[in-house]
Structures are given as structure tokens and as C-alpha cells.
Ligand binder design. Structure first.
Ligand code: SF4
Length: 222
């Protein structure tokens, strides 16, 4: 058995802490999808074992922000995947999405894809901290997006949270965790904020615009 990860390197804007590769030049997306489709075909033999194609049990569409792409651009990826690889009927197929992209219309269109799991970049429900991180959603939008996805039939949702944010108290973090738990999602990932060299956040710390969370506090939050 095997899994396939597909990277969609586009974001509407860049978050201050992020060092993943992505570009905001969305107009290149059509060319990228076309190249990706070719690559999926050319790499078909790469997964072969003893001349046999393994069963694909997981597909993960990450990024970047795959939800920035129009569904009409995601469909052709699945078309090649299903035509070229042996995808299990029970495969877990995840797409990463940002709450601000998840309008009711977008959620409905995502349901037309063979996707059965959503991974949502929430990070925190605190609007001030979301603004500081240059995220484009607010806490209310994140909660609504989860509910709308559940109402539209998504029953496997994972949300990402970040702790150890600048000036975040243990109480604020507990509030984030409790809000996440109240949403009845199937999975929660929690990451400690990392100051990656070369990011705007790294510069902000250097200029003392933000202070890194105390290590003991971060540990307690964990
Ligand atoms: S949306 Fe995700 S991938 Fe894009 S800049 Fe923000 S954290 Fe990075």
C-alpha cells in the first residue's frame, strides 16, 4: 500500500510565520496543474513494487492553500490520479483548506470531488492574534466554516492550532482548545509556534515587535 502527497504552492497572502514554499502569483495555477498532471503520469512507475502497482490508501492535497484553487482545477488532478493509479475504494483523501475559502458554495463544490477529509488551518480563534499572524479569517469564520462543512456532509475534519503565540496566556490557549473541542471535529493538531529564519515573524522578534513565548509556558501549553 502507498500514499500520494500533492503540493499546491499557492496562497492568497503569506502568513508571517510560514516558511513553506508557496507563491501568491495565482495566475500560474493552470500551468502548474498541467505540469502536475504530467508528473503524475510520468511517475506512475515510481511506486511499482515487483512490477505491481500498490494500492493507494491515502491521498493528501496540501500546500500552500489547495482551497484557493477553483474546484474545476482540482478535478483534473483526481482524473489523472484515478486513471493512472490503483486508488482504494476506502482511500482517505484529504484536502487542506483555509476557513476564509470555505464559503457554502465552495464547500458544496468540494463535495463533488472524491475528498472525504478536510484539514483546516484555524491556528487560533483569537481575532487579534489571527491579525498579528496575517491570517485572513477570524475566529467566528473558522467556527462557521467547521459547522457548514459538517452540515454539508463532511464527517472527517481535522483542525490545526498553534500555541505559544506572542503574548498568549495559558488561559487564552485553554480557550482555543476548548473551542476546538466543542466543534466535535475528528482530529486536532497542535503545533508550537516556530520562529523560522527568513520569515517576517523572525524579523518582528529581532525588532522586539513580538516576544517569543517563555519555554516553561510553552511546555505547559503542550
Ligand atoms: S496559508 Fe498556510 S501555506 Fe499559506 S502562507 Fe499561510 S501558513 Fe503558509
Amino acid at each position: 500500500m502507498a500514499g500520494i502527497y500533492i503540493h499546491i504552492p499557492f496562497c492568497t497572502s503569506r502568513c508571517v510565520y510560514c516558511d513553506f514554499y508557496s507563491t501568491t502569483y495565482g495566475e500560474k495555477d493552470k500551468a502548474y496543474i498541467s505540469a502536475l498532471r504530467n508528473e503524475l503520469r510520468l511517475r506512475a512507475n515510481y511506486l511499482q513494487q515487483d512490477g505491481q502497482m500498490p494500492v493507494i490508501e491515502t491521498i493528501y492535497i496540501g500546500g500552500g492553500t489547495p482551497s484557493t484553487l477553483d474546484t474545476s482545477l482540482l478535478e483534473p488532478i483526481f482524473e489523472v490520479l484515478y486513471r493512472t493509479y490503483h486508488v482504494s475504494d476506502r482511500a482517505e483523501i484529504t484536502i487542506e483548506a483555509n476557513p476564509d475559502d470555505l464559503t457554502p458554495r465552495k464547500i458544496k463544490s468540494l463535495r463533488t470531488l472524491p475528498v472525504n477529509r478536510l484539514s483546516m488551518g484555524v491556528q487560533t480563534f483569537d481575532d487579534g492574534k489571527l491579525r498579528l499572524l496575517h491570517r485572513r479569517h477570524n475566529g467566528e469564520q473558522a467556527i462557521r466554516a467547521v459547522h457548514d462543512c459538517q452540515d454539508t456532509g463532511f464527517d472527517n475534519i481535522s483542525i490545526d492550532l498553534i500555541y505559544g503565540l506572542p503574548a498568549q496566556s495559558l488561559r487564552e490557549w485553554e480557550k482555543d482548545v476548548n473551542t476546538a473541542l466543542s466543534l466535535n471535529v475528528q482530529h486536532i493538531s497542535a503545533y508550537a509556534l516556530i520562529y523560522e529564519e527568513g520569515t517576517p515573524l523572525w524579523e518582528m522578534r529581532k525588532r522586539h515587535v513580538v516576544e517569543e513565548a517563555d519555554e516553561e509556558l510553552s511546555l505547559e501549553m503542550f
